[in-house]
Design a protein around this ligand. Structure first.
Ligand SMILES: *[C@@H]1O[C@H](CO)[C@@H](O)[C@H](O)[C@H]1NC(C)=O
Length: 190
């Protein structure tokens, strides 16, 4: 049943679409009121549609601080974005590409959480840096290393099995001492 409905819907879609857009224009063209006109190339925008079928439209280069990165029929180019003061320019604004900006050294932005401003890079204890901070990713610290090898532990650092043995020995000694004391007290009372 569902499959039939799906097929019907697909058929309807194909038929309707074919009927509603019998465009005689090519992929690099657009339909003006009367003709198929060539789209304006990247870096330019449209001034006037073509006056003969399949011919060139009248296009002019983008104005300063404006760009257009694809074939188009727009009446104007897009304004290039500005770098914020906590960002630096990675690539310039050109007629075909927007200006690219990134967070300045020592700061980063890895998500939508920081569209307003760059975040300061985290710092790791020394020798614990797995990956340095860059404009798009925070510093990555080796947290496992800093958990086990506590700095400043110079005296008696026991690990694993040795710790268990020491604890058991201590417990035995304490129990023995308690028994000895009790035994002495009982002995004296006799
Ligand atoms: C930051 O580092 C990551 C991982 O090394 C990398 O994929 C990314 O392209 C870098 N970003 C920049 C802006 O260099």
């Amino acid at each position: 049943m569902l499959v039939h409905l799906l097929l019907l819907w697909l058929l309807l879609r194909v038929t309707v679409c074919n009927e509603s857009s019998p465009s005689p224009c090519g992929t690099d063209e657009f339909q003006s009121e009367t003709f198929c006109c060539q789209l304006c190339p990247a870096g330019t925008h449209l001034i006037k549609s073509c006056q003969r079928n399949h011919s060139e439209s009248e296009c002019v280069p983008c104005e300063l601080e404006n760009f257009m990165n694809h074939h188009n029929r727009e009446s104007s180019c897009f304004r290039c974005s500005q770098c914020r003061h906590d960002q630096e320019e990675v690539s310039e604004c050109s007629q075909t590409a927007n200006r690219k900006c990134q967070c300045k050294q020592g700061t980063y932005c890895n998500s939508e959480n920081c569209v307003e401003k760059c975040l300061p890079c985290s710092s790791c204890p020394k020798d614990r840096v797995i990956r340095q901070c860059n404009a798009t990713m925070d510093t990555l610290c080796d947290t496992f290393k800093s958990d086990s090898g506590t700095p400043g532990c110079h005296c008696l650092c026991l690990s694993g099995p040795l710790t268990v043995i020491v604890v058991i020995a201590a417990v035995i000694i304490i129990i023995a001492a308690v028994i000895a004391v009790i035994w002495c007290v009982l002995k004296r009372g006799e």
